[in-house]
Design a protein around this ligand. Structure first.
Ligand SMILES: Cc1cc2nc3c(=O)[nH]c(=O)nc-3n(C[C@H](O)[C@H](O)[C@H](O)COP(=O)(O)OP(=O)(O)OC[C@H]3O[C@@H](n4cnc5c(N)ncnc54)[C@H](O)[C@@H]3O)c2cc1C
Length: 385
């Protein structure tokens, strides 16, 4: 599908592949085993301008869109999804600032993110508010010179590692989620601390942590957009970012497919490589077909986002749902092709299988997103115009 890309997109993709193969491949198993945040790799990504990809040119970025970001995420995920999500979560943290932030806020924060000096994160989830984000309880009480935050966020990617956090909190609890607002909170703000660091099934190089706010005063100018826009900011963000989860899934599935083809060529049983068995050939053929279909859908959704179209929620959700289901199926089949060795940590498909599961869960579970897709279908008077 490369012939659709601009020269810049081709270069970005190629560079991301080189970084993944030269810098990430040698350390991925160790970081996964030790559940260690990839600080050195984040520095490499900063030094090679990878964080500039999703930042507008006016703020020292390369001005790339959703597709550019997807290309990087896909290439990194092909080698390690835990590292890819640590990178992608930075984009998640700053897209609200790019889309809704004041000029002052953009100038204050975006250049440091573009250079890789500061990492970012996005926080909406709470212990009692997962799929139902309308149930958030964290408050941001307006005071003379800003807002005082109280509450706990759960499962936040890059928690404890990022310098900047986009946090959704209620400025007017009486209005429920319509009274929510979005803020940028800096790591060293008094009253902001980090709680439990999660021990995970997969993407173990990524940090997933609680954020705790206790009378944490955030300056007035750090509000993103206006009071009451927190829910809109969140929904717009996910509509724009879900193709990126699809890209994680495509990259993972591609990695598992390549490993499976290589292994099937080498593994001899009954005197021949197992690739000569039709049962194995058909599994590989289905895996390859599904990966290509998922990739096509993810790129199409990313292009729709980049076109500036208003109604991208349905397509974006479809790309995430389909690609993540493909990643789970393809990584499961990869283990089957490796047989007993696929179950062992010495081979990469075991990690890919563990990493794939989260793509069906975060940024809207696949059940919740199927609800959203069905909602879009019900709204349409005529279909497929
Ligand atoms: C590793 C990891 C990283 C994460 N990173 C972030 C982050 O950076 N920032 C952030 O804010 N959040 C983050 N999350 C939170 C993530 O988005 C939520 O876990 C996810 O939205 C699901 O919420 P939940 O875990 O509370 O599950 P629940 O909402 O409790 O869902 C439990 C089950 O019920 C089903 N269910 C719930 N409601 C419905 C419904 N209406 N229809 C059908 N089925 C339904 C779900 O599909 C699921 O199977 C992360 C989570 C994980 C595990």
């Amino acid at each position: 599908m490369e012939h659709f890309f601009s020269e810049q997109q081709k270069e970005i993709k190629k560079l991301a592949r080189t970084i993944a193969e030269e810098k990430i491949l040698p350390v991925r198993a160790e970081l996964d085993e030790k559940e260690e945040f990839p600080r050195e790799i984040m520095k490499v990504l900063g030094d090679t301008d990878m964080f500039r990809v999703f930042i507008p040119e006016e703020y020292e970025g390369l001005g790339g869109g959703c597709l550019d970001l997807c290309l990087v995420v896909e290439e990194l995920s092909r080698i390690c999804c835990g590292i890819a999500v640590s990178y992608a979560a930075v984009a998640l943290g700053v897209i609200p600032v790019i889309v809704y932030g004041s000029e002052e806020l953009k100038r204050k924060y975006l250049p440091d993110v573009a250079s890789g000096k500061k990492l970012a994160a996005f926080a909406v989830t709470e212990p009692t508010a997962g799929s139902d984000v309308t149930a958030i309880k964290t408050t941001a009480r307006p005071e003379n010179d800003g807002y005082v935050l109280n509450g706990t966020k759960q499962f936040i990617t890059n928690g404890g590692e990022a310098e900047l956090y986009t946090v959704i909190a209620l400025t007017n609890p009486k209005k429920g989620i319509r009274g929510a607002s979005a803020f940028v909170v800096e790591k060293d703000t008094p009253g902001f601390s980090f709680g439990r660091k999660e021990k995970k099934l997969g993407i173990r190089a990524s940090a997933t942590r609680e954020l705790v706010f206790e009378d944490c005063l955030v300056p007035e100018e750090n509000i993103i957009g206006k009071e009451g826009m927190g829910f809109i900011v969140t929904m717009n963000l996910f509509d724009n970012s879900r193709p990126g989860i699809g890209a994680q899934a495509v990259g993972l599935a591609q990695g598992a497919l390549e490993a499976s083809v290589a292994y099937a060529r080498e593994r001899i049983q009954f005197g021949h490589p197992i690739f000569s068995l039709q049962a194995v050939q058909h599994m590989l053929a289905d895996m390859a077909t599904h990966v290509e279909a998922a990739r096509a859908l993810v790129y199409a959704a990313a292009r729709t986002v980049d076109s500036g179209a208003k109604d991208v929620g349905g397509e974006s959700a479809m790309a995430k749902v389909f690609a993540s289901d493909v990643a789970m199926k393809v990584t499961t089949d990869a283990i089957q092709i490796f047989g007993g060795l696929g179950y062992m940590r010495d081979y990469p498909v075991e990690k890919m299988f563990r990493d794939a599961k989260i793509t069906q869960i975060y940024e809207g579970t696949n059940q919740v997103l199927r609800n959203a897709i069905a909602f879009e279908l019900r709204k349409k008077k005529r279909m497929w115009d």
